[in-house]
Ligand binder design. Structure first.
Ligand code: NDP
Ligand code: BG6
Length: 517
């Protein structure tokens, strides 16, 4: 059956990848690997990084002879780290033995983020643990951005492996707070690392459906002819969450939703949706095209922005939903930080001139969802107008729309008009050509974004990491509007926890030609 064939193919690809990953370093002798988790005591380490490392280890995607070292200031033990992360690990009963083996290859070292002697000590410990000063070293900075500068400097000065060992530094977002601070961070990192050594994570680039955009666009003739301003009326890229800031208000308040989600995740998606066809599938060719398209986008104008902030829903029975953003610890009571924003961008090139790219992101809404909606232009000529009016359907045909649902429940579906089954004449119904992944590919496990990205780090693939010029362009686009919102004290529109969105945003999208079907 199709299911079996797909599964067989995927298993075969995974097996090749597994062999490739486990053999990394074997060409240079019996090379060892050390994976460091900086900020091992933190939230990201607990929820994402340690579970991901375990899943990769469990599935055989970790190079042979790898050990893991956690580092932070707290007095911790490996046992404590794994206790904290236990509920995110998803260990099955028959995996217990392997899990114990995994725990055994973990160590923890505590120390400061800025004292050379602590990093020298870490280096000595690492040599002891790995038994090899030339072991390849991967450093994951799961740390607040305030310490990126000192930690990256200390690692480069005191913890580089001896030749032929290589080093890869994985940096979490946010990469700066604005263009200036981002450039400063890039300059700082470039003093100590080559671009080759830097892996800037944007975990949306590790999601199945985001990775699928390139294949969908460039391997189907049916899309290449229509992927432009002649056929496309608007592109909507949407991120919705049904949770608030949940105690991360202190971090969030400094950034707001435009910096937290739009400048990175949504802008990355936009660049893949809008780029020209890359010369090849190599990381550099793809990133060249992404950056080219970003260069064609002018900074966002204030009239194309809607911002909002959630308030508690006093009628809700859920205590979480009763709390507004301002009730989150660490958020100043007079904060004007947006938790919801819509911005409209235009790509000023021959392919996209005049087509609005509507980027919308919000926390504390009615659902968790991320999707890309490519809306096609109206069909010219009114052949069906009479028919539609007679059946009480607005009088115009619904527009075709290609929807790529990134999460949850990954899917690609094309909204099309068809003849209403069984009826006489030409009565028209809007329906979907639907490729819902968990129906079509029931036995295929889609790896988590972090699994793919850490695997990429092991294999040295940079396709799904952000290059410094991309970052610079993304900041150039949002920077002026962030400053203007601050300077003019643009008020945030309140919305209730659990709302569908902001009416003002929907109206803005409609004004730019997006039609709600
Ligand atoms: P945490 O606030 O949990 O910080 C991680 C660790 O850093 C802490 O355990 C603490 O370790 C140390 N730390 C915290 N505050 C400071 C400080 N002011 N100065 C020095 N050290 C400090 O962060 P997260 O784990 O939530 O996030 C880490 C990075 O990942 C951040 O850049 C964040 O933006 C990013 N990120 C986080 C996500 C998440 O879901 N949490 C999602 C996506 C990105 P100790 O005191 O032991 O040294
Ligand atoms: C992070 C943001 O980058 O992405 C968070 O900082 C957000 O605010 C998260 O919640 C969403 O990620 P995902 O994978 O759950 O959609």
């Amino acid at each position: 059956s199709l299911q079996e064939r797909v599964k067989e193919k995927v298993d075969c690809i995974y097996q090749r990848l597994r062999t490739h990953v486990t053999n990394i370093g074997s060409s240079t002798g019996s090379q060892r690997h050390v994976f460091f988790v900086f900020g091992a005591s933190g939230d990201l380490a607990k929820k994402k990084i340690y579970p991901t490392l375990w899943w990769l280890y469990r599935d055989g995607f970790v190079p042979e002879n790898t050990c893991f070292i956690g580092y932070a200031r707290s007095q911790l033990t490996v046992e404590k780290i794994f206790q904290n992360a236990a509920k995110y690990m998803k260990v099955q009963d028959d995996e217990r033995e392997k899990y114990e083996q995994f725990i055994k290859i973990n160590s923890y070292v505590h120390g400061s983020y800025d004292k050379p002697e602590d990093f020298e000590r870490l280096n000595e410990e690492t040599n002891k643990i790995s038994g090899q000063a030339t072991a390849h070293r991967f450093f994951y900075l799961a740390l607040p951005p305030s310490v990126y500068g000192s930690v990256s400097e200390m690692i480069s000065k005191h913890c580089r492996p001896e030749s032929p060992g290589f080093l890869r530094l994985i940096v979490e977002k946010p990469f700066g707070k604005d263009l200036e601070s981002s450039n400063k961070l890039s300059e700082h990192l470039s003093k100590f690392y080559s671009e080759e050594e830097l892996y800037r994570i944007d975990h949306y680039l590790g999601k199945e459906m985001v990775q699928n955009i390139i294949v969908l666009r460039f391997s189907n003739k049916i899309f290449s002819r229509v992927w432009n301003r002649d056929s496309i009326a608007a592109v909507n890229i949407i991120f919705k969450e049904d949770i608030g800031t949940q105690g991360r208000g202190g971090y969030f308040d400094e950034f707001g939703i435009i910096r937290d989600v739009i400048q990175n995740h949504l802008m990355q998606i936009l660049s893949i949706v809008a780029m020209e066809k890359p010369r090849s599938t190599t990381g550099e060719d793809i990133r060249d095209e992404k950056v080219k398209v970003l260069r064609c986008i002018a900074p966002i104008k204030l009239e194309d922005v809607v911002i909002g902030q959630y308030i508690g829903d006093k009628d809700s029975t859920d205590p979480e939903r009763q709390k507004g953003y301002l009730d989150d610890d660490g958020v100043p009571k007079d904060s004007r930080t947006p938790t919801y924003a819509q911005v409209v961008l235009f790509v000023n090139n021959e392919r996209w001139d005049g087509v609005p790219f509507i980027l919308r992101a919000g926390k504390a809404l009615n659902e968790k969802k991320a999707e890309i909606r490519i809306q096609f232009r109206d069909v010219p000529g009114g052949m069906f107008d009479e028919e539609l009016t007679e059946h009480g359907v607005k009088g115009t045909l619904a527009r075709d729309e290609l929807v790529i649902r990134v999460q949850p429940n990954e899917a690609i579906y094309l909204k099309v008009n068809t003849k209403r089954p069984g009826e006489m004449g030409f009565s028209i119904e809007e329906t979907e050509l639907d490729l819902t992944y968990n129906e079509r590919y029931q036995d295929v496990k889609l790896p988590d974004a972090y699994e793919r990205l850490i695997l990429d780090v092991f294999t040295g693939s940079k396709i799904n990491f952000v290059r410094s010029d991309e970052l610079q362009e993304a900041w150039r686009i949002v920077d002026p509007i962030l400053a203007e919102i601050d300077k003019k004290k643009v008020p945030v529109i309140p919305y209730k926890f659990g709302a569908v969105g902001l009416r003002e945003a929907f109206a803005g999208a409609a004004m730019h030609g997006y039609i709600y079907t």
